[in-house]
Design a binder for this molecule. Sequence first.
Ligand code: ADP
Length: 294
Amino acid sequence: MRIVLLGAPGSGKGTQSQRLMHREHIPQVSTGDLLRAAVACGSKLGLKAKAAMEEGRLVEDALVLGMIRERLRKPDARRGFILDGFPRNLLQAQSLDRLLKKLRQPLDAVVQLEVDYAELVRRISGRRTCADCGRVFNVSTSPAQLIESEPCQSTGGCHRLIQRPDDNEATVAERLRVYEEKTRPLIEFYRARGLLRVINAEGSVEEVTERLEQALHALRRSSAPARGSTRPKARRPAARGPAARRAAKRTPRGKAKRAARVTRAAAAVRVTRTAARRAGRRRRPASPRGRVRR
Ligand code: ADP
């Protein structure tokens, strides 16, 4: 399954993609995570991306696209993938389309996670990440006992919760503005291609997972390929036998073919008759009346 999770910052794309990744055994491809890793290791790409991320702007398209091309060509992405945080503008969506066409791996669906603006702000300000295992918590929704009761998978001890540097108030406002301006138009882009599914992403994490599952389940059941998808059309095997030939004659194409055959046959008959008439005139003896009497 190849899907895109679309939604504003704080809509739960990361949380839901991680759950989906474990259930479906397909990788979660998060451009945010890839960029954060590049920043953390101080790579050239990371250095270029850092300022934009800290200010809540989008990182340059060329950098993000290069990263995605490399990631989707890895063998584990052949079975499918969940794109989280990508594409984020029209140019990225069009480039993704071209790349997936080349790889012959069309998208199955784009799921949009709908969350109210005030709820987004509340979620982002309460978001904390464990500095060791990377697990995401929310101090405004998960009770402290729950966070403490589950040990860190990396250290075995308590989670070391930190706030993402771009989760501060000013940056959050800019990220939400950028989402409205650059990313929201993708909803129509994918709706027009028949790929969009919208789910209500408010409520508990489990409730949203349940809705996402239902949406994907419905998708799997509908065997018809999505309209506008880049999936190549299957060729129908040629029908054989007298019944198939009769049926073929009844189709508009069959009727047109037959009409063309009749016209050709009629033309051939006319040609033959004219030729025969001319030949007959040459062979026929001249009429006595036409003979010159001496
Ligand atoms: P969120 O969805 O909560 O904003 P992400 O972890 O997806 O968080 O992204 C964090 C930051 O990384 C973004 O604010 C942006 O600066 C950068 N980023 C992530 N994905 C992209 C992308 N596809 N194009 C450009 N910049 C991106």
